[in-house]
Design a protein around this ligand. Structure first.
Ligand SMILES: [Zn+2]
Ligand SMILES: [Zn+2]
Length: 286
């Protein structure tokens, strides 16, 4: 079957290469049915510390770029409409359910009629007495010396609960992103933390949210896609809606490892993926 890649970036975010059109062209070459454009939603919306200006520039597009971004996708969608379906989206860094989300919603509001799905992602964790732990081993190498693996598992899952309970997003990207801190090992979950994760999957199923199978995990040395195999099996068991995303930051990574994942997951019972249009989810048989 022809597949969909629902996670792609471009030069606007400051750390990806190529124009949106370059990604679209590769998607057409690779015979994909749909490509979702999901560049990082402006971090400047939630961080206004001038000292962090450089960090923000390398993490996402500028706040006033967002409308140009949407317009560019719309015109490409028209230009390539006979060759591929292009979806409008953005990867939103989930910070907190309070003030940050309110600000993000306000900037998104004028574009909500154009959005096909909203991708939410967690890139850092923090709990009451901890510093901010950025989920990047280069930035947080000492986190594992200070905190146990299960503490990190637990706090990451706690944040996922908050994300899910906003009832605002359609899809969760790189579901176990905290694994980048623990690489190359798959984190061992204690019995209680694992149970908490299974309860979260039940909640996601009940709410009808989708979870992304993010194949960039293989490139980031975590040993597999995000989420790890054991979690994917639990998702399939619960019939949770799944999408495929390469998280490509270079055009050539569009559709990366999709066939390999599908062949593996079919043995675990995967029979459907889902697609989005104007925030409506549809199941697609594979
Ligand atoms: Zn990125
Ligand atoms: Zn991300």
């Amino acid at each position: 079957m022809k597949l969909m890649d629902y996670h792609s970036h471009n030069r606007r975010c400051g750390h990806a290469r190529g124009e949106i059109e370059d990604y679209v062209k590769v998607a057409i070459e690779k015979n994909l049915k749909e490509i979702g454009i999901t560049d990082h939603f402006p971090l400047g919306v939630i961080i206004d510390d001038p000292q962090l200006e450089d960090v923000i520039k390398r993490a996402s597009m500028e706040v006033n770029e967002f409308s140009n971004y949407i317009e560019e996708i719309k015109s490409l969608r028209e230009k390539y409409k006979d060759k591929i379906k292009i979806l409008i989206s953005t990867e939103i860094n989930f910070a907190t359910p309070g003030r940050a989300l309110t600000r993000q919603k306000k900037v998104l509001e004028p574009f909500m009629d154009d959005i096909d799905y909203l991708l939410a992602a967690i890139h850092d964790i923090k709990w009451h007495d901890s510093p901010i732990i950025i989920l990047d081993p280069r930035e947080s190498s000492d986190a594992l010396e200070k905190y146990s693996i299960d503490k990190i598992n637990l706090e990451y899952i706690n944040k996922l609960y908050k994300l899910v309970d906003t009832d605002f997003f359609d899809v969760i990207a790189h579901f176990d992103n905290h694994r980048v801190l623990l690489r190359p090992n798959v984190p061992k979950y204690s019995e209680t933390t694992w149970q908490k994760l299974l309860d979260l999957l039940d909640r996601i199923k009940n709410k009808g949210m989708a979870i992304e199978i993010n194949t960039s995990g293989t490139l980031k040395n975590v040993g597999s896609q995000f989420p790890a195999d054991d979690i994917v099996k639990e998702m399939i068991k619960r019939d949770i809606a799944l999408i495929l995303g390469s998280d490509a930051h270079r055009p050539e990574y569009i559709g990366y490892m999709f066939e390999e994942f599908i062949n593996k997951a079919k043995k675990w019972g995967l029979s459907h993926l889902c697609s989005y249009e104007k925030r409506e989810q549809k199941l697609v048989k594979i």
